[in-house]
Design a protein around this ligand. Structure first.
Ligand code: NDP
Length: 455
């Protein structure tokens, strides 16, 4: 699904920042190690550093994130340059233009606060650095529909949509790609993947921990903005969309857009917002904070495939487990032939997306003996310990190659905001829950089997 030639220079804004430290240097080293990457690497930020200081920072980052590979690091060091300058200053982009030299198709990665996007994209356009270039932008992509639309307008002033790559690192996970593959590479799924056979669809993103000292950051977002609007709705779209028409780069975003547009904007009565007891005592958190650390929602998809099927999303901190999982439950056979009394016949597909990759099928088998009764069993289709590639290695590699399949297109981001827009802010009251519980007990109001979990 490549649209155009490979990029020939990697520019990263925010070179001295946290994201570059935690993700960008390790991804660059990994790409070099696999032999996928050989081009100038130019870091741009405000600190008055030298090239050598950026190299030291890269080494330090790698020591803390997976280790230094002597050979790959040597190659990275030789490619690395640093430009010190303010993003509001035209001179910064002139320096960049000079440093790009012979490069014809640079990729600019904006690992910077969104408040800086406008200055940087304008600076790139004015200086000629945006010509034939791609731009990668980080989350958060807006705080609501209006701010996302405004951000899209800003980006479109300097770059065409096909040159814009909005990162949702969740979509770079091996497990998410496998979900898409498993759905469309197997004939046995398609006939049952619809309202006639599916009883419910549920995505759970549970974390056993709290805000881990990042209270001030979390106060600005909450669970709905942090993970539901982006990661979880994007995964839900992959799970429920129609098959992509062909291998055209727009086929997957087109299919996602169609299903996101079919999702009914949420009603406050279909949502529970929770806050774990003790959150308000965290550093940086207001003593009367109304920010949710848990959200449970019941969605409706108004199309032929899904009409009437309850679609559940729940996400929370201080949950009983740390795990992200998709559960697609099938209806029992009608009329029931066996197990009619205990009503047990339950088939399902379970996709664990993290911490490990797991695909299972829940089925019934007969218990040995004379009576025709059975027990539940689970067939493991695939189990993989960990991602080989980090999402950043995969996604930055794809962006350099012009492959947009795992990125979010502007209209799909806006469509996802449209779904959650009515429940942002305090439209739904906050309910306290005990750490270690599956959210407030009121969750049962919107999600059937709210405290159920397959171990
Ligand atoms: P930081 O605050 O750590 O880094 C910001 C970077 O931007 C620094 O390199 C800083 O340079 C540079 N910068 C800011 N303003 C200017 C300016 N006017 N001129 C020149 N340079 C400037 O942010 P993060 O790395 O944490 O986050 C960056 C983006 O990535 C944000 O949008 C964030 O939401 C997103 N993100 C971050 C994640 C993370 O784990 N950190 C995870 C997912 C997304 P200097 O320090 O030299 O002044």
């Amino acid at each position: 699904m490549t649209t155009s030639p490979h990029s020939d220079a990697f520019v990263f804004f925010g070179a001295t920042g946290d994201l570059a430290y935690k993700q960008v240097f390790p991804a660059l080293q990994a790409m070099i190690k696999r032999g996928h990457f050989d081009m100038p690497v130019i870091g741009v930020a405000r600190s008055k550093w030298t090239d050598d200081q950026l190299r030291d920072r890269a080494r330090d980052s790698l020591e803390k994130h997976g280790g230094v590979d002597a050979d790959a690091f040597k190659k990275l060091s030789a490619r690395l340059q640093y430009i010190s300058g303010d993003y509001q200053d035209d001179a910064t982009y002139q320096q960049l233009h000079n440093a790009l030299g012979q490069a014809q198709r640079p990729l600019h990665y904006l690992a910077i606060p969104p408040s800086m996007f406008k200055a940087v994209t304008k600076g790139l356009a004015k200086s000629g650095c945006a010509k034939n270039a791609r731009v990668v932008v980080e989350k958060p992509f807006g705080r609501d529909l209006a701010s996302a639309q405004s951000l899209n307008r800003t980006l479109h002033e300097s770059f065409p949509e096909e040159a814009i790559f909005r990162i949702d690192h969740y979509l770079g996970k091996e497990a998410v790609e496998n979900l898409l593959y498993f759905r469309f590479a197997n004939t046995f799924l398609e006939p049952v993947w619809c309202r006639q056979h599916v009883a419910s669809v549920q995505i759970t993103m549970a974390e056993q921990f709290g805000v881990q000292g990042r209270g001030a950051f979390y106060e600005e977002v909450g669970a709905i903005r942090d993970v539901v609007q982006n990661h979880m709705l994007q995964v839900m779209a992959l799970l429920t969309m129609e098959a992509p028409k062909n291998s055209d780069p727009d086929s997957i975003p087109d299919a996602k857009l169609q299903v996101l547009n079919a999702m009914r904007p949420l009603l406050p009565t279909e949502v529970v917002r929770g806050q774990f007891q003790g959150y308000r005592e965290e550093d940086g958190v207001a003593h009367d904070s109304q920010v949710e650390t848990f959200a449970a929602l019941r969605l409706h998809i108004d199309n032929v495939r899904w009409k009437g099927v309850p679609i559940y999303i729940r996400a929370g901190k201080e949950m009983p487990v740390t795990c992200t999982e998709v559960l697609v439950e099938l209806k029992p056979p009608t009329p029931p032939v066996f197990d009619a009394d205990d009503g047990a016949a339950s088939n399902y597909f379970r996709f664990r997306l993290s911490p490990d990759v797991l695909i299972t099928v829940g089925a019934r088998v007969k218990t040995p003996g004379k009576s025709m009764t059975g027990t539940d069993t689970e067939l493991i289709a695939h189990h993989h310990p960990d991602d080989e590639m980090t999402p950043y290695e995969r996604l930055l590699g794809d962006a350099l190659a012009g492959n947009s399949a795992l990125f979010t297109r502007g209209d799909t981001v806006e469509a996802a905001w449209r779904v959650v827009e009515p429940i942002l802010g305090n439209a739904v009251p906050i309910i306290e829950y005990q750490p270690g519980a599956w959210g407030p007990v009121e969750t049962a109001r919107v999600i059937a089997g709210a405290d159920r979990w397959h171990d």
